[in-house]
Design a protein around this ligand. Structure first.
Ligand code: BGC
Length: 714
């Protein structure tokens, strides 16, 4: 242990130690009276004077506020240990990037890294020392609004993207906290804060690897989640927090609870008193309690009663002080906070340029019957409630301001250098019912060759506490798409949303569908770049798009069952794993997305069709751009272990690679497939491979692959 930290711990009273292990909203630290806080942070039992001396704050208002809070705090604090400032910098700070699920669709970790770096630069000058990101919860159910914060349904992709975020934040100069540990994304029925029940094998194989990847990449903190996991709230889960995170993974950074999650163990029905909450959480090595006061109120007493060892508290304290040291707070109590630099970097042209590029590379073209790309000479009109909407920033827009964002209307006018017709037709809210504006909108766009109809869900309807039970495009917006199509215009739907929505009803009326997600500050420019072919759509889905909400949860790496429906149809379904009213397949599968050129990929070949333990083979295929434009595509490598002691999914993504080729260009794409990549948790509980046959698949999506066979020998 660092000498200075050791000395500091030795000199601190138990009460001071408990305070260092607590985090509250900055508003609480500054408030002189209880009345100032009540209402702002409803339900907080943190209003007494003694709960305002803490180790850390979250949610504050930029550089000047951070400096004021620190100064005021230190002038009153006896311990004189600076506060550490944390905030949810999730997809940008003032310059807002596409939501993480969209970044997942880039299948491009270097892009995520660049966005995280820029976010960190803007954040650090504004007083942030730690971001509560990356969020790497595996997500399979788009009813859950927080799918937008994750990079999707595949553990491998989430791990690669999560690591990229960690690297980016560090490069940009802030520390980071991976969340929400663990399996919060498995909330039953996609309902927010709901129960999760995940088998140990499932946890190890699908839910835990991405958090582990981030920890191994150097994530400085981990956040324990809200959910009940297999009967125990996460903060009560010794197996998870101590045995797995600390002992098995060797994580020695700060573990922080999610917002008031320590005290929520009472409402879960797990513990009866706040004192028991403190005892359980600290003994499970939750180092810092966010927004509840059980540590402040009870840790000293618990030590006195011998229920918590002082050494346990000192260990947590060491981690918190080391975090502050890492953030440079002992040399400079403000860290890198600098209002002038903040002003200079926020929304600077380079940051905006990256936001535009990121947004263009994360939109996914789902359908195109040839209408796209558009030409500037065409008679184009805009319609739909999202055409002129500037709040396309997404659920964790942080300091992003809608008025600084570029709408599709702004972007298209800038691209064309002229005015265009733009008619909303209806409201964009989820529960809007009013269709009375549709005839006027149709009249306004009628006669134009192409109508770009912008529909979807509002920014505030994805993210925390935004579950939906019906994922269809709201009725007035669907009616608008249909009416515009029936009026004789070609329809290009640009769909906004933080989650996969059900597009089944609008799809027949669309000549093209571009899924724009919540693309951030430069969204409208990026959409225009794609519509007019200045950029090619290169995004590929990181989450399956259901054709009906009732298919959820839905994910590509599912099991075959004993009665698979092959081929997928709605006839002959008796006693087969299927639905009577729809297909099994999603409307658009994981890995899917179109570009502006055509591709051909030959069947994969293996350099050695038989490998042994520790062995490897080269998987290769010829890729040809058969279209008339230069382009970029994503080749995906999947495997299937045909027979195993524990049944394996029909496909598992193992690697992906981008390729750019001129029209007519040809190249060989190569992947290395190692025996290690064939490992899983076998019936004996070991992580190992089993000899036998494997399908090796290369293709352009999880449902568009060609296969060859690999034999693994003992
Ligand atoms: C969310 C976390 C977030 C925290 C602090 C919680 O409600 O679940 O994701 O980091 O608040 O804002």
């Amino acid at each position: 242990m660092d000498k200075a930290i050791k000395k500091c711990i030795e000199e601190m009273s138990l009460e001071d130690k408990a305070r260092q292990l607590s985090q509250v909203n900055a508003v609480i630290v500054r408030a002189e009276t209880k009345a100032e806080i009540t209402g702002k942070d409803e339900g907080m039992d943190l209003c007494e004077a003694d709960t305002r001396e803490v180790g850390s704050v979250l949610n504050f208002n930029g550089a000047a506020d951070a400096i004021a809070v620190q100064d005021e705090y230190l002038s009153k604090s006896e311990g004189k240990i600076p506060l550490i400032f944390m905030q949810d910098v999730v997809h940008g700070f003032r310059t807002v990037f596409p939501v993480p699920l969209a970044l997942g669709c880039s299948f491009d970790p270097s892009l995520a890294e660049a966005c995280a770096e820029v976010s960190a630069v803007e954040a650090k000058y504004n007083g942030v020392q730690v971001t509560f990101s990356p969020m790497v919860d595996l997500v399979r159910d788009p009813r859950w609004g927080r799918v937008m914060e994750s990079t999707g349904e595949d553990a491998y992709l989430n791990g690669e993207m999560g690591k990229a975020f960690v690297r980016g934040y560090h490069k940009g100069g802030i520390l980071c906290c991976v969340k929400h540990f663990a399996a919060y994304g498995a909330a039953e029925a996609g309902k927010e804060y709901n129960t999760t029940d995940v088998s140990e094998r499932n946890l190890k194989e699908y839910y835990l690897p991405a958090y582990r990847a981030c920890v191994e990449e150097g994530a400085d903190m981990v956040m324990s989640s809200f959910n009940l996991l297999n009967g125990v709230p996460v903060n009560g889960h010794k197996d998870l927090l101590v045995d797995t995170l600390r002992k098995e993974w060797g994580f020695d950074g700060v573990l922080i609870s999610d917002y008031a999650a320590v005290k929520e163990m009472i409402r879960h029905g797990y513990l009866e008193t706040l004192k028991e909450c403190a005892e359980t959480a600290i003994n499970n090595q939750v180092d810092m309690e966010m927004m509840s006061s059980s540590y402040i109120h009870y840790l000293p007493e618990l030590v006195g009663e011998g229920r918590v060892k002082e050494g346990r508290i000192d260990e947590s304290l060491r981690r918190v002080l080391e975090l502050k040291q890492k953030a440079g707070l002992f040399e400079n109590k403000y860290g890198e906070t600098d209002a002038k630099r903040a002003e200079e970097v926020c929304l600077c042209p380079e940051h905006r340029a990256l936001a535009r590029r990121a947004a263009a590379r994360t939109c996914v073209l789902l359908k195109n019957n040839g209408v796209l790309p558009l030409s500037a000479e065409q008679n184009i009109a805009l319609a739909g409630p999202y055409a002129a909407e500037k709040n396309i920033l997404g659920g964790w827009a942080c300091w992003g301001r809608p008025e600084e964002a570029v709408s599709v209307y702004d972007g298209v006018r800038a691209a064309l250098g002229r005015e265009v017709v733009c008619a909303a037709g209806c409201g964009g809210k989820l529960l809007d019912k009013d269709e009375s504006g549709i005839p006027a909108a149709v009249a306004a766009v009628k006669g134009c060759a192409v109508a770009v109809v912008c529909v979807g869900e509002p920014s505030e309807c994805s993210g925390e506490a935004t579950s939906r039970a019906d994922l269809r495009i709201p009725a007035p917006q669907a009616s608008l798409v249909r009416a515009v199509s029936e009026a004789g215009c070609k329809v290009v739907a640009v769909v906004f949303g933080g989650r996969p929505q059900v597009l089944t009803e609008i799809e027949p009326y669309c000549d093209a569908i571009l899924y724009a997600w919540q693309p951030g500050t430069e969204g409208g420019n990026a959409v225009a770049d794609l519509l007019f072919g200045r950029e090619e759509p290169v995004g590929r889905l990181a989450m399956s798009f259901p054709r009906a909400t009732g298919q959820c949860p839905i994910y590509y790496n599912c099991f075959n069952t004993g009665r698979p429906r092959v081929p997928d149809s709605i006839e002959n379904v008796s006693f087969i794993s299927s639905y009577r009213d729809t297909l099994n397949a999603p409307l658009y599968p994981f890995g899917y997305g179109l570009g502006y050129t055509e591709w051909e990929l030959s069947a994969p070949r293996l350099s050695s069709p038989v490998i042994g333990q520790g062995g490897k083979t080269k998987v290769s295929a010829k890729l040809k751009n058969t279209g008339s434009r230069a382009g970029e595509t994503l080749v995906q490598l999947y495997i299937r272990d045909r027979f195993a002691s524990v049944v394996r999914p029909v496909r598992e993504l193992k690697a992906f690679r981008r390729a750019s080729l001129p029209a007519g260009g040809e190249t060989e794409v190569c992947f290395e497939l190692t025996e290690e990549m064939l490992r899983f948790y076998t019936a004996s509980g070991k992580y190992e491979s089993e000899a036998g046959r494997f399908d090796v698949m290369l293709g352009f999506s999880s449902e568009n692959v060609q296969t060859c066979e690999l034999i693994l020998e003992k």
